[in-house]
Design a binder for this molecule. Sequence first.
Ligand code: ARG
Length: 516
Amino acid sequence: HPTSSTSSDDSNLSQSHHHDTDTDTIDVHIIPLSSSEAIDRQRGDLQKNVTFSNGLTLVVGVIIGSGIFASPGPVFAYSKSVGVSLIIWFVSGLLAFAGSLCYAELGSAMPSSGGGEHAYLNHAFGSLPAFLFSWSSIALLKPAGNAIICVVFAEYVVNIVAQSSWDPTQPMRHWSNKLIAIACVLVLSGLNSISVSVGTRIQDVFTFIKVVTLLVIGIAGLVVLGQKSLSSHNFDHAFEGTSQPSLGDIALGLYSGLWAYDGWNNLNYVSSEMKNPTRDLPRVIFAGVPIVIIFYLLANTAYYAVLPEEVVMNTNTVAIDFGKQMFGSTGGVLFAICVACSCFGAANGSIFTGARVIYASAREGYLPKMFGKVSEKRRTPVAALGLQAVMTTIMILGGTFSTLVNFYSVAAWLFYLSSILGLLYLRYHEPNLKRPFKVWMVVPILFTFFGLFLFLMPFVQAPLESCLSMVIVLSGLPLWVVKELVSGNRGTRWQDLKEKVMHSFGIAPAGGRHER
Ligand code: ARG
């Protein structure tokens, strides 16, 4: 199982998690002690040193990345009017808020498990859904997430170099984008293989840059709104659009908005290391997510206040257009550099933790052993980083920002939804489970409702990405069968396997519900 390690003797490898801006796998640090006893010894040994303000910076730092600088175009294109797109940004934020509250309950009820969907799905529904989640993280969620951020990075870099006179539909432009995105993956994977601390140092600087960039955009927008003569008058007829968005459009618009809020599920990883989780965890959520919502609404208001609708709709690099309009072409370049830094930092955090998911899975026996090895000299998971770089590259070659967001989100929302269903299931089946933080029941119910909509609608609107996404998730099924056959504690008989399958769905009465 993914393991936490914060003891000082491995401080050169494990990182105190409030330094990571992306804490998906906060519990999955590289452990130099190779034996499983050592891992067991360290399990549950988390230091309780995360304060309220640590938690807050962590949350805001993880969430803000590429999305707020890239999604406004697609959100507007799907929602077809300024008013609807602002509503989509707001609703996306509320969904992230609701989700993080539910995850806080799951995290506080199952603190020792290290956190994360794997643990919750395993506890509620058994090993198969948990395995599918781990598999999907490695094969889809992590590489696609990395790819999206790197693609946005590349868009901005190309714009710095080529000064947007370059037609984006040109094949030259198309391929230079992809090459730069791939270069970004390779450079960051390389840096992360060289040393752990290089990775975290990049992080701290870039977190600061992105928050400042967003603040400047928001404040500049407010100033413009205050001076009517400067503004683009997009708010005069906010709900007049080119056409009515369909339900499918709304779902895909939400996906683009939700990408910008993605990372909210990381909140609860903090819980087991908080000094006072019962008090501070809800406080972090109630402060952190609304702060991001306000930042994002301000930024979008600023974009719309300054830029004509057509510009917002057709751009992937809205911050450049904003910068140019406000401060001339130097402003455009300056904003482009800041956003590129934000993406670079986000990609770094994502690559850092993604490699650790692969590493931890290999140690679990889900992947060949070589991916669970740490380089002798550098103490970094080189093979895992390599595998991840290859998969990320494939995603970059195969998709664009929008297709990758859809592709990523179908799978991501399947698992968010499943975890929240797990919460509801456990409320019913394990009412006595200790829940230091208990979310108001209507929140998971509403979340389930929206989650179902978000998971299902894209199959109509973007069938190719959605089906491909599900094929990859489900391709974990035969792997799980093989894994159970090879490593099954109860031998390799088909009878056992059948039982296991039923257990993992919670439908087999015999011998306890499922193994933990
Ligand atoms: N919201 C981030 C962005 O806009 C994406 C975060 C992805 N990371 C994650 N741990 N899910 O770039």
